[in-house]
Design a protein around this ligand. Structure first.
Ligand code: UN1
Length: 521
């Protein structure tokens, strides 16, 4: 087993039992749009670990519902923007407390709808809570009138306000954490929000929005519009009433959204905040510890079944230690437990759906015809995995990172050897992928670490540890190039991007007349 170290095993077991009992599997999700009339057909949601199990149902928003949501959001936004920042922040903090109280229920939903393991479910709820508290804190910091220096006879100040209506379009791989994180940031900044979850995870999204309402966010200020990208997503991004889009997902979809925003011929120039894909590498030199390299590479590649944009896809090992690392990797992969994500003993659960599995199967086929050398495939118990979307963790050895032509979103790791004089070249080949999200470095030579850090064009660098699981407020997360627009989620520059800025300059001399009596702040 990959080694889940929690302080108290009994507590964890109790949480797991409670979680599995809570998962009654009768959840529903419908649009949450005040004043909208009937919605369409009921669509079944099945458990990714066992497609025979229906865990709930959802109904998509039709175009009239989207139109109603837009009208509601436009009408509600000025009032929310005028609400004191402390009131907005307190609503987020109440939501954080409610989420903590209901952790087992949300974990159960994450497991049943998204195939999350128990440790992943805990991390998911924890991260959502952290986002709520962090953006509440950041809002209180940023949404004050800031006095700026100026010449005598003049008073200058700067203040932030919401942009208007934000569309938050979020991914299935963090159906609670990223979903809530986007919404919390947009709301904290004084925007009204129309939230569209990934189609695979409407149930978690619906429950999260209900909880936000319960915490005090008005129902017109945060609306929920489930549906597919081609209808709901396209309607939102084309509409001039949407001032900004916050998106996490594939690079291709981000381009699609960007084109839709650019094609508008009315309304404001819309803001796009996008967090997208990666081709993330871990570099290990001959001074690194093979045991630690293998542990951290596996943790980064296979946790969450590799379904993180931060996940390691490529392990670049200096040739002196490559044979040792590869044989230890094969040995450790033989110990992985793949199967039911609701069991504490499971390391790797299913991938999200059959399409995801097919893409990974295609990749495996391409790897075998591309003269990749197979290193290892984890064992799967045939009975445990027969009815789910399971893809066994796999590792291949490649000659070059150029053999990876797309992001493979699952538990697939690729190992490449490099020679002592190739360090700069290795970093250049990683940069040449165009992605720039996470990078792992394993070395005990400071000069080597510094050389890689300065040359790499990536957003998050992790040294001598794993390269996933960025902590909100501590490790601001986000990349560059094909990996996203920035600013980093969970970082100090994130909230201002959701806001407009207003500078006020007042003549405070006698000639300024009454204006000099204005109180600024
Ligand atoms: C994503 O996978 O879409 O650091 C991004 C991490 C997470 C990654 C989130 N914050 O692993």
């Amino acid at each position: 087993s990959m080694g889940i170290n929690l302080a108290n095993d009994n507590e964890l077991r109790a949480l797991a039992d409670h979680m599995n009992a809570a998962g009654s599997g009768d959840w529903t999700a419908i649009p949450l749009v005040p004043g909208a009339s009937a919605v369409g057909d009921s669509i079944a949601v099945t458990n990714p670990a066992d497609r025979r199990e229906v865990v709930g149902h959802w109904k998509a928003a039709d175009s009239a519902t989207v139109e109603r949501a837009l009208a509601n959001a436009v009408a509600a936004q000025p009032g929310w923007d005028a609400t004191p920042v402390d009131v907005r922040a307190k609503a987020l903090e109440r939501a954080a407390t409610l989420l903590e109280e209901r952790m087992p229920d949300f974990m159960a939903m994450c497991t049943k709808e998204a195939g999350k393991t128990i440790p992943d479910g805990i991390a998911e709820v924890r991260e959502a809570v952290d986002f709520l508290r962090y953006y509440a804190h950041e809002a209180r910091k940023h949404f004050v009138v800031e006095q700026l220096p100026g010449p005598t006879g003049e008073a200058n100040s700067l203040q932030l306000a919401g942009r208007g209506v934000f569309a938050c379009i979020s991914p299935w791989n963090f159906p609670l954490a990223i979903f809530i994180g986007q919404i919390a940031a947009a709301l904290a900044a004084g925007n009204s929000v129309i939230a569209k979850p990934a189609e695979q995870t409407n149930l978690v999204g619906y429950a999260a929005v209900k909880l936000m309402h319960e915490a005090g966010v008005p129902v017109d200020v945060l609306q929920f519009v489930p549906g597919d990208g081609a209808t709901v997503g396209a309607a939102l991004t084309a509409d001039p009433r949407v001032a900004g889009v916050c998106f996490t997902g594939s690079t291709d979809t981000a381009r699609l959204i960007n084109r839709a925003l650019a094609a508008r011929d009315a309304g404001p120039i819309a803001t796009l905040i996008a967090e997208t894909g990666g081709q993330n590498a871990m570099i290990a030199d001959s001074s690194s510890l093979p045991e630690q390299v293998v542990k951290d590479a596996m943790g980064s590649a296979f946790t969450s079944a590799g379904q993180r944009c931060s996940a390691a896809r490529v392990l670049l090992v200096q040739e002196d230690i490559a044979d040792k690392v590869i044989s230890m990797l094969a040995g450790a992969m033989a110990e992985l437990k793949v199967g039911n994500p609701g069991l504490l003993s499971t390391d790797v659960g299913p991938v999200i759906d059959n399409d995801a599995k097919c893409l990974l199967d295609d990749h495996a086929t391409r790897m075998s015809s591309a003269s990749a050398k197979h290193i290892a495939t984890a064992q799967m118990d045939a009975d445990d995995t027969a009815h789910g979307n399971f893809f066994a963790p796999v590792a291949w050895e490649l000659a070059s990172i150029d053999q990876l032509t797309r992001e493979n979103f699952g538990p697939a790791l690729h190992v490449i050897r490099w020679k002592a004089d190739e360090l700069d070249h290795v970093v250049d080949t990683i940069n040449a992928t165009g992605f720039g999200l996470t990078l792992g470095i394993h070395s005990r030579i400071d000069a080597t670490i510094e050389r890689i850090v300065s040359r790499a064009k990536v957003g998050n660098i992790y040294v001598n540890r794993n390269q996933i699981g960025a902590v909100v407020g501590v490790q601001p997360f986000g990349g560059q190039g094909l990996s996203g627009t920035g600013p980093k989620a969970g970082g100090p520059h994130y909230l201002p991007r959701f806001a407009t800025e207003k500078t006020v300059t007042v003549n405070t001399t006698a000639a300024g007349g009454n204006a000099s009596l204005l109180t600024l702040g």
